[in-house]
Design a protein around this ligand. Structure first.
Ligand SMILES: C[S@@+](CC[C@H](N)C(=O)[O-])C[C@H]1O[C@@H](n2cnc3c(N)ncnc32)[C@H](O)[C@@H]1O
Ligand code: SF4
Length: 384
């Protein structure tokens, strides 16, 4: 995201005035993986939610959303799911979106990329589509075990090679878990060798990824433990060293600042603990609620993908997408201002990462303990 947009979002959020920069759409709830950390993969989404074609998004809905984005000058569209390449009209959506939008991203497990036709690959290229490919390890057994499918690794790697050969920008997203925490530097080294532009590491979100769907039981136990932090630190230092001499970029310098807090929090979380007070923030404001519209596969417009909404794009065709989204967010924005945080925030890494700066700017007095740290980091960055 451009620095100008980041500044605008911060400004508007502090002033309580939403500024949408991204629309995320779950095209489908179907998937061809069985990931250990995902409710779809673990079969927790009810059958009717997976198969229900009657209230699922269709091409006309998607064209309407894209038209709305065009009218409101929302620049970025992210398509995900489930597995977005299982949505039958994904290429029509891409074609239509590309006439209006310059920034389109698809997040995929890569399974179907080797099966795309030459013309579909050409379309990805012509529409300047970026691909974020989920890859958790360059050890085939580890990746396949996490993803529950024996051919996951070979398809993902084949997919990356096809994308790179065709000069389609590809980034890797790696979920850090108990299974791969000692394997992370290897991801960056191999990704660089394949021509991938960046690797983004995230810990496991322990709330359900899909609102209205029961979370995987004891999901937090899939995150590495505090004892593992020293191994993670070794991996991170190796990655930072590698990054200095190579083209590939990662989010490790940012991650190093907050991952330990997230892992510690999840290791010690008591049901009634209030981490905003015990850990990082005294008062929280969430960037997503002011800058990102989330639409699930049934057309529900959510405040964020973890928080449910019953308002859909179908309810009132005369209402703009941004209006629908503001209605969907009003209650939760108000609750947060009153320091009443939804339980889903406890299972999200957002409060530990991107929201720290924003919350400190918005509530400098309450969050004053964070200010010296930020000043130190800013000075260090300016010196570099
Ligand atoms: C829900 S998936 C949908 C797109 C596609 N099926 C895929 O796996 O890339 C989007 C991203 O979220 C990641 N993800 C899934 N469950 C997660 C969790 N519990 N915590 C953090 N990231 C998760 C996936 O690895 C993937 O990179
Ligand atoms: S993370 Fe993606 S690939 Fe894995 S089960 Fe969930 S939706 Fe499917």
């Amino acid at each position: 995201m451009k620095i100008k947009n980041i500044m605008k979002i911060i400004l508007y959020c502090v002033l309580d005035h939403p500024y949408v920069s991204v629309v995320d759409i779950n095209l489908t709830t179907k998937c061809n993986h069985k990931c250990v950390y995902c409710e779809i993969g673990q079969g927790l989404m009810k059958k009717e939610q997976i198969k229900n074609e009657t209230n699922s998004l269709d091409l006309e809905d998607l064209k309407w959303i894209i038209d709305q984005m065009n009218q409101c000058r929302i620049p970025s569209l992210v398509l995900l799911g489930g597995e977005p390449f299982l949505f039958k009209d994904v290429f029509e959506v891409l074609e239509y979106a590309s006439t209006y939008l310059s920034d389109i991203t698809i997040i995929t497990n890569g399974m179907l990329i080797p099966r795309l036709s030459d013309s579909q690959i050409a379309l990805l290229k012509r529409t300047n589509c970026k691909i974020i490919l989920s890859l958790d390890s360059f050890n085939p057994e580890t990746h396949n075990r996490i993803r529950g499918v024996e051919t996951a690794f070979e398809n993902a790697i084949h997919g990356i090679k096809i994308l790179v050969e065709n000069q389609i920008p590809v980034q890797i997203e790696t979920v850090i878990s108990l299974y791969n925490y000692q394997d992370l530097a290897n991801v960056v080294r191999n990704a660089d060798a394949l021509g991938v532009s960046s690797v983004n590491f995230v810990p496991i979100i322990t709330a359900s990824n899909f609102s209205g769907v029961q979370a995987i039981p004891h999901k937090e136990e899939l995150n590495p433990k505090p004892d593992h932090m020293r191994f993670l630190d070794d991996e991170f230092n190796e990655i930072l060293k590698f990054e200095r001499d190579h083209a590939i970029q990662t989010n490790v310098s940012d991650l190093k600042r907050w991952l330990q807090h997230y892992i510690t929090f999840h290791a010690h979380q008591a049901p009634d603990s209030d981490f905003f007070f015990k850990y990082r923030l005294q008062r929280l404001i969430c960037l997503n609620l002011y800058s990102r519209i989330k639409i699930n596969a049934f057309g529900e417009v959510q405040p964020c993908n973890l928080i449910p909404s019953s308002i859909t794009i179908h309810d009132n065709p005369n209402r703009s997408l941004v209006d629908v989204w503001n209605i969907s967010c009003t209650q939760i924005r108000t609750a947060m201002k009153e320091q009443k945080y939804p339980e889903q925030c406890h299972g999200c890494y957002g409060p530990h990462s991107m929201n720290i700066l924003l919350s400190t700017i918005k509530y400098p007095f309450s969050n004053r303990a964070n200010i010296p740290g930020f000043l130190r980091e800013t000075i260090q960055k300016l010196r570099k």
